[in-house]
Design a protein around this ligand. Sequence first.
Ligand code: ATP
Ligand code: MG
Length: 415
Amino acid sequence: MKQSFLFTKTRREAPADEQSKNAKLLIRAGYIHKEMAGVYSYLPLGLRVLNNIIEIIRKEMNTIGGEEVLLTTLQDPEIWKKSGRWDDKDIDIWFKTKLKNGGELGLGNTHEEEITALMTEQIASYKDLPQYIYQFQNKFRNESRAKSGIMRTREFIMKDLYSFSADAASHNEFYERASLAYEKIFAQVGIGTKTYRTIASGGSFSKYSHEFQTICETGEDIIYIDDKKRIAVNKEVYDDPEVYATTGIDKKVLRKERAVEVGNIFTLGTRYSDALGLIYKDMEGKNIPVFMGSYGIGPGRIMGTLVEVLSDEKGIVWPEAVAPFKVHLLALAGVDEDIRTYAQKLYEDMIKKGIEVLYDNRDVRAGEKFADSDLLGIPWRVIVGKDTLTSGNIEVVSRADGTTEKKTRAEVLAL
Ligand code: ATP
Ligand code: MG
């Protein structure tokens, strides 16, 4: 893509009311647009990053047997009344809306109820189990604290997977597989070494759930890490002796860190299948409630976390796997037509090679191109200048560590 074609512009200042580092940088770089507090639009570069994260997650969900769907945003109060979660006293972050001819609807904040009700038409026998259903879908949550940029928003895409198993044993087996898939996802997006499977409070069925927490100064959670076991304990269960009795974690070795929850996995058991009548007939023809689990990840929260933990004083630093482009090609042409022609040809050849490249062909000062490039955070900066025409050298700079190498044209095309 040519940078002159991008409708977004970089800017020096973020909105005055924006507090978080991730939103400040992402807005300044033109990745997102702030609609209002806790509500952001994704612009072309931001959408490319978000979609790269989504693709990594999708691949892993498919690998563990997930089947993708797209459930509705509008929620039928009747099924939520059955599970006892329609009342604002039970879920305090509901957005609700009214129908013209009377009656209320909800905007989905999660989808256990809808998917469980839907599966009553699909699951009848033990032969129909297990099933793993997932989606990428907008959730709406009336969050009271929306100060963390795209890490905590009132409207956000969530990957939510729901598992339907015959019993606790087969559920547990899938739960561990899902947990491993999550670890692979966090490694691929570039936060693997900073992310810990974390024991947290359980919610509806089991005593504990597992969160995936990434060490981050601006995170909202406190976790205690066991470095040897590579596992952590959330503050909310830190003082519960059972955590240590059941896991063998030694409370004395734990080190405290601030962290952000990038994903979590829950054993739901029969909480929703009981409420909504999701039962199957076992081999003897007996009616058994389906055993469920739920598994969430926030792609937007991952994107915000990457900015929080990897950016530097100059701007964003994307890991290659999620970057909007692999290469930022800068033509330092000034009025020199030969440099421009060289860069244009290199750009076309890169595209032919399948290299994802953003070409800064704009007629602006070199200093401005460098500053914008630092802010945008694309992994490899490829610079075509005067020296390129005389020596054949092309400067390649790594955004992550600033190292500079002179490469030949052929080497650049092999990036
Ligand atoms: P939190 O504890 O941070 O409020 P949660 O426990 O309510 O999140 P879930 O409902 O399980 O989270 O959501 C699954 C995932 O969706 C979270 O792990 C997180 O990555 C993401 N997520 C949750 N709430 C938000 C939000 N308001 N904005 C962006 N992403 C979110
Ligand atoms: Mg949580």
